[in-house]
Design a binder for this molecule. Structure first.
Ligand code: HEM
Length: 509
């Protein structure tokens, strides 16, 4: 019995080792050059390609920097485990930004990055309902949805944040994730569904499991994915999350349909009465309103909105605690802006006026972006750029956004954390309406750029500023004794703050 167990154990290990070696060998031979561009990341001429790809997992930043330093006005290729990515100078952005997604597709890149076929993210390719709802309903009615989200912010402050007047150590990242899930839930599902604990847990767990599954699959060649997808536990959990989400979404769909039948809601309802879900139901075509598909799409939206937004809030708090001298000027700004609030409109009169706060967030994002390369696109057909650069169909392309943000020719003294940088730029004559977080340009790529830039960015910026304004006015933050700003972790081109990091918090009296 024991012998057979050992034998089984050993043969499993042997199988795993053989599989890994085969995968690595495959990745080494799969280096056909299709684009004329230099590869970066090799330490020596003899270094096997699979090692370069493996090093990219932890050292993407160094590899991209070495490419940027040599070829920042041209193009170069980085080798990620799943793909060779062509990195282009931002001088190409003027030409590329207006190309439609039938030529260069952002969504195809996201689906490839998430290995969509096995993580159910490929739903994004089937229709663009999730983008349409943000562009046609969320952004034009931002004030209404921010108000709905603010109610949940208050609820979250009461329920998720310790109210002690003494210092308490907390995992702020996890608190902010729940807070942002509640606020996004208010916009997407509306009240009371946004208070459903199961939904809140799902919105956080779905992102974690989709990242786990896609990172794991990306380590192996594509032909192994069908086999691996059967054995990866996080992939099972994604399916499970969609089933659970369907149990929450299906009754909401039914409720909306019943109200429609009774004539209680009309297509022309005011935005106050419309959730993003009901808008999606009213504007769905084909199978888009099918409960499973809708549950899947709602989870994809939580993935797009909650992860990035909560990272931005978390990083800003970490940077504030690392530079505590900025607490007071920011509090003063917030106090002035929110004075006589009863006579003011939150979105029109308050949020845009928090200019120092916005500048601080932008600087924090410059140092801690969620991703090193953005925008990313996949060529949907062969493309020849004006200068003759050829991009073959299927080629993944990207821009070295994190390097551009640290380039002294773009930003003077980029290594210095200067939180009011954008604020002072905006004070220059003629610059008042520029250098804002939502305004993408070829040097500010945090939200991508062009026609396919992040459709949720107006909501995101308003949400981040609202959360931080409340946090700063009602709480104090600092690092636990002997601790400083937590380090970031890199997985391929993604950046995450240390999930075990802690902050001290206490209620301001
Ligand atoms: C700090 C917060 C956020 C950051 C940094 C961020 C960043 C990005 C980036 C870089 C892209 C790709 C754009 C491109 O390729 O040009 C993107 C796409 C997207 N974002 Fe955001 N985002 C944030 C918040 C949000 C929020 C709050 C929502 C929803 C309300 C959202 C929804 C989306 C969607 C749906 C897409 C994909 C659009 C498509 O299918 O082409 N994002 N985001």
């Amino acid at each position: 019995m024991i012998a057979s167990k050992i034998l089984f154990h050993n043969s499993t290990i042997l199988f795993c080792i053989c599989t890994l070696f085969f995968a690595l060998f495959y990745s080494s031979i799969k280096n056909r050059r299709r684009v004329k561009a230099p590869f970066v990341g090799y330490r020596t001429w003899f270094e096997p390609t699979f090692l370069v790809r493996l090093r990219f997992v932890k050292n993407a930043r160094e590899i991209l920097t070495s490419g940027y330093e040599k070829y920042k006005d041209g193009i170069f290729i980085v080798r990620r485990n799943d793909a060779d990515i062509l990195v282009l100078s931002n001088k190409y952005l003027d030409e590329i930004r207006l190309l439609p997604n039938t030529v260069l597709s952002s969504v195809a890149s996201q689906v490839n990055n998430l290995v969509g076929k096995y993580t159910y993210a490929s739903i994004m390719l089937e229709s663009n309902l999730h983008t349409r709802v943000l562009q046609s309903q969320l952004t034009p009615n931002l004030g209404v949805y921010i108000s709905k989200a603010t109610v949940e912010l208050e609820h979250s402050l009461k329920n998720d944040v310790p109210s002690s007047e003494g210092w308490i150590e907390v995992n702020i990242q996890s608190i902010v994730q729940t807070m942002v899930s509640r606020m996004s839930g208010a916009a997407f599902l509306g009240y009371p569904a946004c208070r459903n604990q199961e939904w809140l847990k799902l919105s956080v767990k779905f992102s974690i499991d989709i990242f786990r599954t896609s990172f794991t699959l990306r380590m192996f060649p594509r032909f192994m994915h069908p086999l691996l997808a059967i054995v990866i536990p996080s992939r099972y959990r994604i399916r499970q999350h969609i089933r659970e989400a369907e149990k929450i979404i299906a009754p909401l769909i039914l409720e909306h349909r019943e109200k429609q039948t009774l004539g209680a809601v009309a297509k022309s309802s005011s935005p106050e009465d419309v959730t993003l879900l009901t808008w999606m139901l009213d504007n769905a075509t084909g199978t888009e309103a099918d409960p499973t598909e809708m549950a899947n799409r709602q989870l994809i939206l939580t993935l797009a909105s909650i992860h990035t937004t909560s990272l931005a809030v978390t990083h800003t708090l970490y940077d504030l605690c690392a530079h505590p001298e900025y607490f007071d000027p920011l509090r003063e700004e917030i106090r002035n802006v929110f004075k006589d609030l009863d006579e003011k409109d939150l979105l029109r009169d308050c949020i845009p006026q928090l200019q120092k706060l916005e500048s601080f967030i932008m600087e924090s994002q410059r140092f801690n972006p969620p991703i090193l390369m953005t925008p990313q696109r996949t060529a949907m057909r062969d493309i020849t750029l004006r200068d003759g650069t050829f991009i073959p169909v299927g080629q993944a392309i990207s821009f070295p956004s994190a390097n551009i943000a640290m380039d002294p020719l773009v930003i003077p003294n980029p290594e210095i954390f200067d939180p009011f940088r954008s604020y002072y730029k905006r004070k220059q004559p003629g610059q008042e309406r520029r250098h804002l977080m939502v305004l993408t340009d070829k040097n500010n790529l945090a939200f991508g750029h062009g026609k396919q830039a992040c459709p949720g960015r107006h909501f995101a910026v308003a949400e981040i500023k609202t959360i931080l304004a409340r946090f700063l006015m009602d709480y104090e933050f600092k690092y636990p004794p002997g601790k400083g700003r937590p380090r970031n972790f890199f997985v391929d081109d993604n950046i995450f703050p240390d999930p075990s990091a802690r902050l001290m918090i206490r209620r301001r009296v």
